[in-house]
Design a protein around this ligand. Structure first.
Ligand SMILES: [Zn+2]
Length: 324
């Protein structure tokens, strides 16, 4: 099986043996998002061709490759392989499956990248052995997916698992989805950077001012994380505040789903215990004891491979096993 994880800036392609969880061949490259869907499909197809030929060197004959699983950062109709909306790629109604199928002459399955990443962590990462897992990706936005016994719980319209868009603050900050007070507006990388910027512009003292060369516009979540790791009080407060909201959002999920695992991934997780400790404390405080005790909150083990792993497994589930 071939797999492709299309990110807003980078793409990863991989070749998997029929039942192998580790890729036989791996390649990555930039996503030419500004040049439109056709250019992205072309670049993706080239990456896939390169892992296919690398696989041949490792004894995987091209005729044994049965299809391709593709993860895309956006709202996907998996049945038709259409990406409705992918803001990071500026895509609207792109027939991704057909575009790839035409180029590759192989069956293609397309799914949302958060679903793929969660499934990949379930298969061979921090979610291994979980019977009910929630995967949460904290990046530019907040993506989520629920994996039950190794299958993504899709909901009746395919839109389940949108963890980033639970309301954690009535009348709160505006979210990218148009609602106010969503978790994403408080705990995504974008939100953390915005909050730190706001505090610095209000005149709060912080080493961030110097780190951003006196230009608050240069403050990113990565910079806030680095400043917090060095003991900066404002950066630490900003991370803890985000962690509080994240914990509140996750406590709701813990109460509703009673999962055994929550796996956190994405750039914001780089903050490590600075983020995790207050998140775990908040969940413990808010959720039912029986549920919070049953739930391990862990960090993704191989986030760089989870996307392609999950895309490959999605293909296997939907085409080889014939059900979703
Ligand atoms: Zn929202």
């Amino acid at each position: 099986m071939l797999a492709l994880d299309v990110g807003g800036t980078n793409m990863v392609a991989a070749l998997f043996a029929e039942d192998g969880e580790d890729p036989v061949a791996l390649a990555s490259g930039p996503t030419p998002a500004s040049r439109g869907p056709e250019a992205v499909v072309e670049a993706g197809a080239e990456l896939l061709a390169s892992v296919r030929s690398e696989g041949e060197d490792h004894g995987v004959e091209p005729r044994r490759i049965v299809g391709v699983g593709i993860g895309v950062p956006g709202a996907v109709d998996p049945a038709r392989g259409i990406v409705f909306l992918a803001p990071n790629l500026r895509w609207r109604n792109v027939p991704v499956r057909d575009l790839f199928q035409r180029r590759l002459d192989l069956p293609v399955v397309v799914d949302n990248d958060a679903n793929c990443a969660a499934l990949g962590e379930w298969w061979a990462g921090a979610g291994r052995g979980s019977s009910l897992m929630v995967g949460v990706t904290l990046g530019t936005g907040i993506g989520g997916a629920i994996v039950r016994n190794g299958r993504v719980l899709r909901g009746v319209s395919g839109a389940a698992g949108e963890v980033g868009h639970v309301t954690v603050q009535m009348g709160g900050r505006l979210c990218s989805c148009g609602n106010r007070g969503c978790l994403e507006a408080y705990a995504s990388g974008t939100a953390i950077a915005a909050r730190a910027r706001e505090r610095v512009q209000e005149g709060s003292a912080s080493s961030l001012t110097e780190m951003a060369e006196s230009d608050p516009g240069r403050i990113t979540a990565a910079l806030v994380t680095r400043a917090a790791a060095r003991g900066d009080a404002l950066a630490t407060e900003v991370i803890e505040e985000a962690a509080g909201y994240l914990g509140a959002g996750l406590a709701g999920l813990v109460n509703i789903l009673n999962p055994d695992r929550i796996v956190l991934a994405g750039g914001v997780v780089q903050a490590g215990d600075l983020l995790l400790k207050p998140v775990r404390a908040e969940v413990r405080q808010r959720a039912f004891e029986v549920s919070s005790e049953a739930c391990v909150i862990a960090v993704a083990r191989q986030p760089e491979l989870a996307g392609v792993r999950g895309a490959a497994l999605t293909f296997r589930r939907e085409v080889l096993e014939g059900h979703r």
